[in-house]
Write a protein that binds this ligand. Structure first.
Ligand SMILES: [Zn+2]
Length: 291
């Protein structure tokens, strides 16, 4: 079986063909410019690939409600040319196969739930911390949508006492993404995260923000595992700092076997940065099974 997978990101579109077991047969990457330029290139790639379904995980906000009139549209994104772009509709016009759609981060969460370290768990949280911060929530094997989809990157947090400038989010003064995404680190310290590896105070502050957010998710959603992906999380020195602060901030209030084993509870993504595209394969498979 050949399943198409499209990881539609703000900077690049990863197009792939995979199989049910999550294996990827071939893959290319197309720069994300404008819908008029990029969407035809995606169609061109998939049109002779003999795929039976297509799974799409898109940057957002994106309308993931199949009942909605604007299902499959990119909504009010900061990427202006893509505002109100009918991504899924354009693909459907050109490629006559069942299609599944979700957010990029829900796609990664689904990839980990299906093929990775969260297999079989009834509640999982996947975070991507990079250019922005996205949070995917998986309950009973399905990504949570609700009225739109969770936007866990924009929860409000307490500012670190040594962070006079605060966050960079244009919507919220004190939100997680504004405090802790890659561009925020760069704005605060004047260098990219990769160039700051040895600056202890950078990671001390970064882990303070990430741990606060995780404690909020833990209290509200009671996840069995928390997976941290994205460019910033390639800074592996963050993991022990985050685990230690989460424990501290919980303050002894919760005592579960999961929290007693922090190294298995707060973990890096397990699929070598293929969790997103593998999640797309699963979205395609689900669409095929429902058709
Ligand atoms: Zn915000």
């Amino acid at each position: 079986m050949r399943i198409g997978a499209l990881e539609a990101g703000g900077t690049k579109m990863v197009c792939a063909v995979g199989r049910e077991d999550g294996s990827i047969l071939e893959q290319i990457s197309i720069p994300t410019t404008t819908p008029a330029e990029t969407i035809p290139k995606i169609i061109e790639y998939f049109k002779d690939k003999e795929i039976e379904a297509l799974g799409v995980a898109a940057f957002g906000p994106v309308d993931v409600n199949p009942q909605s009139e604007t299902y499959g549209y990119i909504l009010d994104t900061p990427k202006i040319p893509w505002r109100q772009a009918n991504l899924l509709g354009e693909l459907k016009k050109a490629l006559p196969v069942p299609m599944g759609l979700d957010t990029d981060v829900n796609g990664s969460c689904l990839g980990e739930m299906t093929y990775g370290c969260a297999k079989g768990l009834d509640s999982v949280i996947y975070l991507t911390i990079g250019t922005g911060i996205g949070v995917g929530v998986g309950i009973n094997g399905r990504p949570v949508h609700g009225m739109l989809h969770p936007e866990g990157g924009h929860i409000l947090l307490t500012r670190h006492e040594d962070d006079p400038e605060g966050g960079i989010c244009p919507y919220h003064k004190n939100c997680f993404e504004g405090f802790a995404c890659g561009p925020s680190i760069e704005a605060r310290w004047g260098k990219k995260a990769v160039e700051l590896k040895d600056r202890k105070e950078v990671w001390e502050m970064e882990s303070f923000y990430i741990a606060q957010a995780l404690v909020d998710y833990i209290m509200i959603l009671s996840p069995r595992k928390i997976i941290l992906g994205g460019g910033v999380m390639h800074q592996e020195q963050l993991f022990p700092l985050i685990r230690e602060k989460v424990k501290e901030m919980i303050g002894g209030y919760l005592n579960t076997k999961e929290l007693a084993d922090m190294d298995s509870y707060i973990v890096p993504a397990s699929l070598h940065d293929d969790q997103g595209i593998m999640g797309c394969i699963k979205l395609g498979l689900d669409a095929l099974n429902q058709s």
